[in-house]
Design a protein around this ligand. Structure first.
Ligand code: AMP
Length: 249
């Protein structure tokens, strides 16, 4: 089986993002970018499946500017076998990403696509679900455990207040939750080896996909600043404030 893993280049999770003064978006100048953490988990899961003999090849795909190749190299250094880079210098919305991925799936015929449950930049949490719909494939989103189960997979999903276990037939779409695994660090020899692994260069036009945005961002704003706390002198004072100032009693 071949596994396709879409990996997105996003602002590193340690960076405190700054909103642009004109509120049109987030300032990306001189900001550290990395692979989306949920995509790292997806790459790790694909590698573990390959190590268990459940897959023969892992293909990492990224849609984005030329620097997205670094994100693919990271996946290759972790253990993916080859990459596909689809160049896009403008923001690509989830529907366009899903359409490009659908065209790649039609070409590559993987048995499984593992995506992150969401990209931590736009938090849309939509691409995997849209891809499943476009392909007409079963999907198991927010996976916290993936096991082989006969001809398909048994997937444990994190849902509100508990866990749900599903059996899905292959080919299928899985999206990763935080607790699925802990991604490995690439070793230096593997980083060197990754430089020789192939990355195909493509464009959205190669797949016949128009990436013009369908959504208009009206405004991006910072969350309101938290008010400083106050120290109360006594329990009576606390109860008074909860009643009369916070209005929660
Ligand atoms: P989103 O639906 O934008 O929250 O992203 C969910 C997942 O879709 C990510 O974790 C990636 O696996 C995949 N994805 C989204 N955008 C891209 C992209 N530009 N290139 C590659 N994969 C992507």
């Amino acid at each position: 089986m071949k596994i396709l893993v879409p990996v997105k280049r996003v602002v590193d999770y340690n960076v405190k993002v700054r909103v642009k003064p004109d509120q049109s978006g987030v300032d990306l100048a001189n900001v550290k970018m990395s692979m989306n953490p949920f995509c790292e988990i997806a790459v790790e899961e694909a590698i573990r499946m390959k190590e268990k003999g459940l897959a023969e090849e892992i293909v990492a795909v990224s849609i984005g500017p030329v620097q997205a190749q670094e994100t693919i190299r990271t996946a290759l250094a972790m253990g993916a076998d080859r990459g596909i880079h689809v160049t896009a210098d403008t923001l690509v919305e989830p529907l366009a990403v899903a359409k490009i991925l659908k065209a790649i799936v039609d070409e590559e015929q993987p048995g499984l696509v593992i995506l992150g449950k969401q990209a931590i930049d736009d938090d849309t949490n939509a691409t995997g679900q849209m891809l499943a719909a476009l392909l007409g494939w079963p999907q198991a989103a927010f996976a916290s455990k993936v096991e082989k189960d006969g001809d398909g997979l048994k997937v444990t999903r994190e849902i509100d207040g508990g866990l749900q276990t599903l059996h899905i037939a292959l080919p299928a779409i899985v999206t990763t939750d935080l607790r699925l695994n802990e991604p490995r660090y690439a070793s230096l020899p593997n980083i060197m080896k990754a430089k020789r692994k192939p990355i195909d260069a493509k464009t959205p036009a190669d797949y016949g996909v128009d990436i013009a945005p369908r959504l208009e961002v009206l405004k991006v704003a910072e969350p309101p600043k938290r008010q400083a706390g106050v120290k109360v002198e006594s329990v009576a004072d606390l109860v008074y404030k909860l009643k009369n100032e916070a209005g929660v009693l």
